[in-house]
Design a protein around this ligand. Structure first.
Ligand SMILES: NC(=O)c1ccc[n+]([C@@H]2O[C@H](COP(=O)([O-])OP(=O)(O)OC[C@H]3O[C@@H](n4cnc5c(N)ncnc54)[C@H](OP(=O)(O)O)[C@@H]3O)[C@@H](O)[C@H]2O)c1
Length: 252
């Protein structure tokens, strides 16, 4: 039996992850709406629904304290909550930029920092941070989202090094577009999702890969294969990649 907690548990990817976890696993499903959590997971055995405002550091500290009081330990923590907004850079108010970082980046850092310490003390654990292909390859109209996810990847890469000696694994998950309600907020017009249909992943595929790698010392999960390869080329040939991103692959 493992104890596993996940944020953004009402989301499309999280629901598919939870479906694939063992009925023996003790789950803590976190979200910002208790009623939605209860509706989705109320009947699942060994599942505790925890409403948390992840933009509030104090609420995160309390949630972590509650989890350790109730369950004594955590084997796996999945930082999954996040959202995007594919607006041009000049359309953002500063407060909107800060809000996206609160959810996508700072909450991930705070949970990882607090839970990493507990996992280091217990001598095992796995932190899985759902970042994005947008955190590896920036594209136009994703300046703030990309920045928030680049930061998650940078933080996670350092955290992995610091926790390695304590037998705590840190994995970043970097998917390309996934067919979830993410795009209701990111691109309400639906135009982006239509233009990247050939790369679009199903949440089931991504969840399958994440669950298969729980408890494994995996650095990162990059998918689909075409975008994982594009990332390698982007790293090797950044100037050509920028040209192609502007002139050929400008899907937004
Ligand atoms: N879908 C994609 O194309 C894609 C690609 C790469 C990476 N990702 C990442 O994958 C993760 C899961 O996304 P998804 O595709 O499953 O999208 P989703 O279905 O929209 O789920 C996102 C989850 O994050 C929560 N969330 C959104 N804004 C929040 C806020 N301001 N405060 C607290 N919680 C908030 C949502 O809560 P509510 O249900 O209450 O709104 C929901 O539980 C995210 O980190 C996303 O950035 C997604």
């Amino acid at each position: 039996m493992r104890t596993i907690a996940i944020t953004g548990a009402t989301g499309g990817l999280a629901q598919e992850i939870v479906k694939r976890l063992s009925a023996d696993d003790q789950l803590i499903v976190m979200g910002r709406n208790q009623q939605r959590l209860e509706k989705l997971y109320g009947v699942r055995p060994k599942t505790s629904c925890l409403q948390v405002d992840i933009t509030d550091d104090h609420a995160i500290e309390q949630a972590v304290a509650t989890i350790y009081q109730q369950f004594g330990q955590l084997d796996v923590f999945i930082n999954n909550a996040g959202y995007g907004d594919f607006s041009t850079y000049d359309a953002y108010e500063t407060s909107q930029i800060r809000q996206m970082f609160e959810v996508n980046t700072f909450a991930t850092m705070t949970f990882s920092r607090l839970i990493g310490q507990h996992m280091a003390e217990q001598g095992h654990g796995h932190i899985i941070n759902i970042a994005s292909m947008a955190g590896l390859i920036a594209s136009s109209k994703s300046s703030v989202y990309s920045a928030s996810k680049f930061a998650v990847i940078g933080f996670s890469n350092a955290l992995r090094l610091e926790l390695a000696e304590k037998n705590v694994f840190v994995t970043t998950v970097n998917p390309g577009p996934i067919a979830t309600h993410f795009f209701d907020t990111a691109d309400p017009s639906g135009q982006y999702l239509r233009s990247v249909e050939k790369f679009t992943l199903q949440p089931e595929q991504v969840a399958e890969k994440i669950v298969a790698n729980i408890g494994r010392s995996k650095r990162e999960l990059n998918m689909p294969f075409t975008l994982a390869t594009a990332h390698k080329l982007y790293t090797l040939f950044p100037t050509i990649s920028d040209f192609l991103a502007r002139k050929v692959f400008n899907y937004k």
